[in-house]
Design a protein around this ligand. Structure first.
Ligand code: TYM
Length: 337
């Protein structure tokens, strides 16, 4: 059986970007394919600790899985839910891949460059992050990895490491994930998703941005989220058009609405063609986002910690079996076993 796999770090509340770029597409794909594919949804808790954690990590790990369930994830025997740090093979394979990856390719990762920029010192975890991510994927022979556009470079790295390892040992030990263009196609999209910062739409919406009005968080009161949309930065061109280059603010709102309403972007864009009132567009997006949040938050409150802990227990037993078997093949190739 083929495998679809993804993870979301559990540092703080999720943003609308995480939800629309990764969580919702994963839930839709999982529900579509979990009768014929393995669906691995894990919490990369070791990735979480590259940033400051505030004493709430345990709570946030559990909440991340609740989010998938509240977003409509249907559970069955092919859906495996686990925590990265409960499957030690991830760290072990990361070390092995560290000895396959080069300093040059790891230094070229945009996310590393962005996260380390301007810092006097930066932890080694930030640098090694994509190698651990490659281990997360390769241990389970996952071909499909639904993620947002900012992670595409890491998928290409995982592909390169898998191919290099296989070539070095003249083996087929690792399944090479499909190219990012095919990942996008598998997600039913024409482009990767990048939800923009509401105040600075040239940048992606990120949980680490200081300004509250730049991002919508999943615990925002629906009315507060609506206000943030109403105050989003637009432009002075006075036409509603999808053009990320010249009108990133307006385009971001169109994209958000399409994803929230699960409508093709093209349909949403043609509905607004010829319209000029930005206020009307903002009002529509604000209503749709706040309704979605209200519904989501009410479903979330009905999911218990115990439910999630039971899923972890079952998923981690599965994950350790699969991951240890793959790790053993990699260890044997190097002569470690
Ligand atoms: P994280 O937690 O930083 O991001 C989680 C997911 O959210 C997507 N995302 C966005 N998508 C669209 N627009 C945005 N503004 C936006 N912001 C975030 C990210 O692309 C990501 O899909 N390294 C991963 C976690 C990870 C992982 C893995 C994923 C660790 N190992 C293995 C897949 C497979 C990450 O960045 O998480």
């Amino acid at each position: 059986m083929k495998t679809i796999l993804t993870g979301i770090r559990a540092n703080s509340e999720l943003t609308l970007g995480n939800y629309l770029g990764a969580l919702l597409p994963m839930v839709r794909l999982a529900n579509q394919h979990s009768n014929e594919m393995n669906v691995n949804i894990f919490v990369p808790d070791l990735h979480s600790i590259i940033a400051d954690v505030d004493g709430n990590l345990q709570k946030n790990i559990i909440r991340t899985i609740k989010y998938y369930i509240a977003a409509g994830l249907e559970l069955n025997d092919n859906v495996h839910i686990y925590r990265q740090s409960y499957v030690p093979a991830h760290s072990e394979l990361c070390w092995i891949l560290n000895c396959v990856a080069t300093m040059g390719e790891a230094s070229r990762m945009t996310q590393y460059k962005e996260k380390s920029e301007g810092r006097e010192s930066c932890n080694v975890g930030i640098f090694d992050y994509p190698i651990l991510m490659a281990a997360d994927i390769l241990l389970y022979s996952a071909e499909y990895v639904p993620i947002g556009e900012d992670q595409f470079q890491h998928i290409e790295l995982a592909r390169n490491l898998a191919m290099r390892f296989n070539h070095r040992f003249q083996s087929e030990i690792f399944t090479v994930p499909v190219k990012t263009s095919e990942q996008v196609e598998f997600m039913g999209l024409s482009d990767g998703i990048r939800i923009r910062d509401l105040l600075n739409p040239e940048k992606k919406m990120s949980k680490s941005t200081a300004s509250e009005n730049s991002k919508i968080m999943f615990d925002d009161e629906p009315a507060k989220a609506a206000k943030k949309i109403m105050s989003a930065t637009t432009d002075s061109l006075g036409k509603i058009k999808f053009d990320m280059f010249n009108q990133p603010g307006i385009s971001n709102l169109l994209l958000i609405d399409a994803l929230v309403m699960d409508s093709p972007l093209q349909d949403v864009v043609s509905t607004w063609a010829g319209e000029t009132k930005y206020g009307d567009l903002k009002q529509k997006v604000a209503n749709d986002v706040s309704n979605m949040l209200a519904e989501f938050q009410s479903r979330l409150s009905g999911i218990t910690d115990q439910q999630v802990l039971e899923l972890f227990e079952k998923g981690e037993s599965y994950a350790n079996n699969v991951a240890n078997a793959k790790l053993f093949e990699a260890q044997k190739a190097f002569g470690l076993r």
